[in-house]
Design a protein around this ligand. Structure first.
Ligand code: MSP
Length: 518
């Protein structure tokens, strides 16, 4: 049993709209982290779920004319349905309307209240329901229709005044600044770290954490006319799923071995409010929060439910394939930055997969099948060229992948792998194994063997991105199910030399343009 633990979480998604490519993108990145770490010998917990309280959800249910719980059940299920569609290796799905969550949120509240970090006061300000956030006078403007809107989101605001509980965030300013100065790796990417540090240093205000104007929320313990502010409740989900407040084995093992992956719009909640709440509860701060960029729509705006300008995963999966879609999203975009996605891009990447990786594997395996009695080749007498390729695809590549994955540099990890794939394709050209068939079959076997070994290692490393296709490629290479871990990528030859293969089937087809009907 391993003693290495890794807990990765998506944000919990609001159920006021259905999942789209933006939500799928974040969940997919978490899946790649989870799969990579499992292959690297960690015990992994991958959590996702839905955020179901607050005025926004309540109003969405009312607009549909159904009870909030029934509404949440329906939309939450759509997020659950995304799991098999995207082949996400989720371990747990949390809903904030579940009893285990309410219990955890109330326990955390009670703890903070006991410590004196929650107090009752009055709140007034400009409230944007769709952002579930208050804004100051400086943060709003009047648009050309005469409506007051929040500058940051463009969403309408209204003046609200209510009795509210506050969390004493101001008391944590110095501790947060000290903590992050000592742990710069706790916030990624680096540019976001600087943003958060200057926000903390600019002065933190206590923030309102309860509402009395509606009741669709977790009741505040001891004062049931208040419900918790949806963000207080939502952030707690990461602990609820571990069994907090009980000292469960999951709490002990997975907290704080945590990576929260979130969109850049919600990094402040995760990098300032959440760590302060944890500090107040005497709990350790998550190891790392990574804020990714947005998928943008063709209209130049963020793809979003409210703009209605979004793609859904099926738009790509049905046409280009699931693994191709997974590969495309993380290969084409730089995870920390905003990026555009579209059909041209995925067609290009699908063909890159087919031409570089698929073709390499298929050509080599087919040649072996036809010309080497379908036996995986024997590797003997390595030349400098052979060694160069084996070294490039061994420990060095594995270490580079680990480094990139720990920084959520998915596209750089794939680029590092692609350099090896390109090197292998160049090696095919220079070694010309097909020619050796007539002149030197021993050398031919070595060259083909080095290529199979390279494909084996690359396929192992690409499994987190394209689990199904790489699995099939490893099947064809006769790699046993328990020999597909990252520890099986080394400078040693792991190929089952002499094993008999079945007729190879191409794993990565090219994109075929469908002619428009005449
Ligand atoms: N419920 C809160 C999160 C609470 S976590 C304790 C929330 N929900 S959300 O449904 O609005 O957004 C969930 C995530 O989806 C956010 O990280 C957000 O950045 C992400 N995305 C929504 N649209 C997106 C894109 N167009 N592109 C990339 N990610 C996007 O916020």
């Amino acid at each position: 049993m391993t003693d290495k633990y890794f807990y990765v979480t998506t944000p919990i998604y609001y159920v006021n709209g259905e999942p789209h490519m933006g939500s799928a993108y974040c969940s997919l990145a978490c899946d790649i982290m989870a799969r990579f770490k499992r292959l690297d010998g960690y015990q992994v917990k991958f959590l996702t779920g839905t955020d179901e309280h607050g005025l926004k959800i309540f109003q969405a249910a009312r607009d549909r004319g159904i009870e909030p719980q029934a509404f949440c059940d329906e939309i939450s299920q759509k997020f659950r349905d995304l799991i098999p569609v995207m082949n996400l290796s989720v371990d747990d799905f949390i809903r904030t309307t579940e009893a285990r969550h309410k219990r955890a949120a109330q326990a955390l509240w009670a703890k903070l209240a006991d410590r004196g970090d929650i107090y009752l006061s009055k709140y007034s300000g400009w409230y944007a329901v769709s952002d579930e956030a208050y804004y100051t006078d400086e943060e709003i403007i009047t648009n050309d229709k005469g409506e007051k809107i929040a500058i940051a989101s463009g969403k309408p605001v209204e003046w609200m005044e209510e009795e509210s509980y506050f969390f004493r965030l101001s008391a944590f300013q110095d501790r947060l600044a000290e903590y992050f100065s000592a742990h710069p790796e706790a916030i990624g990417p680096k540019s976001r770290f600087n943003e958060i540090m200057s926000f903390i240093k600019s002065g933190l205000q206590d923030f309102s954490i309860s509402r009395t104007t509606f009741s669709w929320g977790v009741p505040v313990p001891g004062d049931e006319k208040h419900v918790m502010y949806v963000w207080f409740d939502a952030l707690t989900n990461y602990l609820s799923a571990l069994g907090y407040p009980d000292t469960t084995p999951e709490m002990q093992n997975f907290w704080p071995e945590t990576l929260h992956i979130v969109g850049k719009d919600i990094q402040r909640f995760h990098c300032v409010y959440w760590p302060a709440m944890l500090m107040a509860a005497d709990l350790p701060v998550p190891k790392r929060v990574y804020s990714h960029g947005w998928l943008m729509a063709a209209d130049g705006r963020k793809m979003s439910k409210s703009f209605g300008n979004f793609l859904v995963p099926e738009d790509f999966i049905d046409t280009y394939g699931l693994d191709q879609t997974r590969f495309y999203l993380l290969r084409d975009l730089s995870f920390g930055q905003d990026g555009n996605i579209g059909h041209d891009g995925i067609q290009r990447r699908k063909n890159e997969l087919a031409n570089d990786f698929g073709n390499l594997a298929q050509r080599v395996l087919m040649f072996i099948f036809k010309n080497n009695e379908a036996r995986l080749p024997k590797i003997t007498n390595l030349t400098a060229d052979d060694q160069a390729l084996l070294e490039a695809s061994g420990i060095v590549l594995l270490e580079t992948c680990r480094k990139h994955i720990d920084l959520q540099e998915f596209h750089l990890m794939l680029e590092a792998i692609w350099m090896v794939i390109r090197q292998a394709n160049a090696y095919v050209d220079t070694q010309a194994p097909w020619g050796l068939k007539k002149t030197d079959t021993v050398r031919m076997e070595t060259v083909l063997g080095v290529l199979c070994e390279t494909v084996r290692r690359v396929a192992i490393l690409c499994q987190p991105y394209m689990p199904d296709s790489c699995g099939r490629m490893l099947d064809q290479l006769m790699v046993a199910a328990d020999k597909r871990n990252l520890a099986d990528v080394s400078n040693e030859i792991g190929l089952e030399q002499g094993a008999v293969i079945e007729q190879p089937q191409g794993v990565f087809p090219r994109h075929v343009a469908v002619e428009a009907p005449a």
